[in-house]
Design a protein around this ligand. Structure first.
Ligand code: GLN
Length: 471
């Protein structure tokens, strides 16, 4: 049997039972990464570091030390999550040579749990995008069809998990960047409740929406990664302790699963069919399906692009050629330095977001756009909370379609529309998991389970029921 066919949990058990060494698993991943490097999923592969960490894990195992579920397990990390002494570029020319002096808390926790860091995955520049085409290191490809996008912005992480280059990966999700690429590649993705994972060392895009979370091949695998990275961190004042169960029952008997009419109104026929098949599968396992309504559903997209761009324009002001990152070679004075540096080293999409952000925050438009979006955010949050007060979870498509072809959509505003199902979850700060369910033309669709804030374990448990039904 091929090591790479094992799930993270299966590999963990095999390592514990000394049937497979961490070094063997790590070498198998590195070989696969090399063999399938055309996917362009990694910006940096840290081969030496990975071998070193795997040998260290094997030493712990042979000495009979305490065995954590992640001990010796190879993992990949999105390139906007900082790794000490390992280049972290955010897929931007701006940070092309940036070597962080510290680990993000989530990474430090993985390493101290004994995980083996394989490398840093490709993404849309500064996590802004839905297709991975906005990477300064070239587009990554979908693991199931080379001609299609892997989704974004955590496209490299999702494609790497699907291509079995790694047993799991970390992504970040500001408006869907874990869930949408996971759906496009037929794997599991989970965005935790806002605050469950420390954002320390995650390069900020929109701080009130950003969350780190896992991309894996099974729901149980996602739980293992969550257990390692969750927890309050003194370095992130917004972080909190969110509890998780040791195991997921996947039992939905008697659970009320809500479906908002608005979720399915714009869906194509085949997508709709697959979505309701997932709902039926939960019903067969004893869940009750309840129709609910979330009137603000569509407004969330506009609210998201106003708020996330406003926050991005502020967060990215630090990339000015002075503090860190690259600096233009010649300039006349300080404003010329800023201008040349930012013109040269930031990509078009990032510039677009900064311009949108500055526009909605400018004195003439602040009330009309930014303040209005903040007010709408409260309404959206209230509607989701209300729907969830009478349901255990909501079921929602993850994306309107399967992964599109690379280069097929030149209009950025149309690409934004593909985030319609994922962004409300970030606006409301809720946990949501995507599980593959159904296919169109051989490409997977995803279905999303959305839960109440801090009910991350329940969300994963319902997701496990969906996964079980899929077989
Ligand atoms: N696709 C969305 C955007 O472009 C979401 C990105 C994200 O979650 N990081 O903003």
């Amino acid at each position: 049997m091929d090591i790479l066919d094992l799930s993270l949990c299966e590999l963990s058990a095999a390592i514990k039972a000394k049937k497979i060494s961490s070094l063997e698993a790590t070498e198998a991943c590195l070989k696969r990464i090399e063999k399938t490097k055309g996917l362009n999923n990694f910006i940096t592969v840290c081969e030496e570091e990975a071998i070193k960490l795997s040998k260290r894990a094997d030493a712990v195992i042979s000495s009979g030390g305490e065995i954590n579920p992640l001990l010796g397990v190879p993992i990949a990390v999105k390139d906007n999550i900082l790794t000490k002494n390992i280049r972290s570029t955010c897929a931007s020319k701006m940070l092309e040579n940036f070597i962080p002096p510290y680990d993000a808390t989530a990474v430090a926790k993985l390493i101290s749990a004994g995980a083996v860091l394989l490398g840093k995955t490709n993404m849309d520049e500064f996590a802004m995008g839905s297709t991975n085409e906005f990477s300064a290191f070239g587009a990554a490809h979908n693991a199931l069809d080379f001609t299609r996008v892997p989704g974004g912005s955590s496209g490299g992480s999702a494609s790497a998990v699907a291509a079995k280059q790694t047993f799991g990966a970390l992504g970040s999700d500001t408006g869907g960047s874990i869930r949408q690429p996971a759906a496009y590649n037929g794997v599991v993705g989970f965005k935790p409740t806002y605050s469950a994972v420390s954002r320390y060392g995650l390069v900020a895009f929109a701080s009130s929406l950003d969350q780190i979370g896992p991309i894996t091949r099974s729901v149980d695998d996602a739980l293992v990664l969550c257990k390692a990275i969750f927890g309050k961190d003194v370095r992130d004042g917004t972080s909190a302790d969110v509890s998780l169960p040791d195991e997921l029952s996947g039992d939905v008997k008697g659970k009320v699963i809500g479906i908002a009419d608005e979720f399915t109104e714009g869906l194509g026929e085949k997508e709709r069919e697959a979505f309701f098949d997932a709902a039926d599968a939960l019903k067969k396992q004893g869940a009750k399906i309840k129709r609910v309504s979330i009137k603000s559903f569509e407004a969330a997209l506009a609210v998201y692009y106003v708020l996330s761009s406003a926050e991005a324009s502020s967060n990215l002001a630090r990339f000015d050629g002075v503090k860190y990152g690259r600096r233009a070679e010649s300039y006349t004075d300080i404003s010329d330095l800023y201008e040349k540096t930012r013109t040269e080293f930031l990509g078009d999409e990032v510039k677009r977001r900064i311009m949108i952000g500055n526009y909605v925050l400018s004195s003439g438009y602040y009330d009309a756009y930014y303040v209005k979006a903040l007010a709408a955010r409260t309404v959206i949050k209230r509607e989701y909370d209300e729907a969830l007060s009478s349901c255990d979870a909501l079921l929602c498509p993850t994306a309107p379609s399967v992964a599109p072809k690379i280069g097929s959509e030149p209009d950025p505003a149309k690409v934004y529309l593909s985030d319609v199902y994922t962004v409300p979850v970030n606006i409301a700060g809720l946990p949501a998991a995507t599980v593959p369910f159904g296919h169109i033309d051989g490409m997977p669709l995803g279905v999303q389970v959305i839960g109440k804030a801090y009910s991350d374990g329940d969300v994963l448990s319902v997701a496990k029921a969906v996964e079980r039904a899929r077989g």
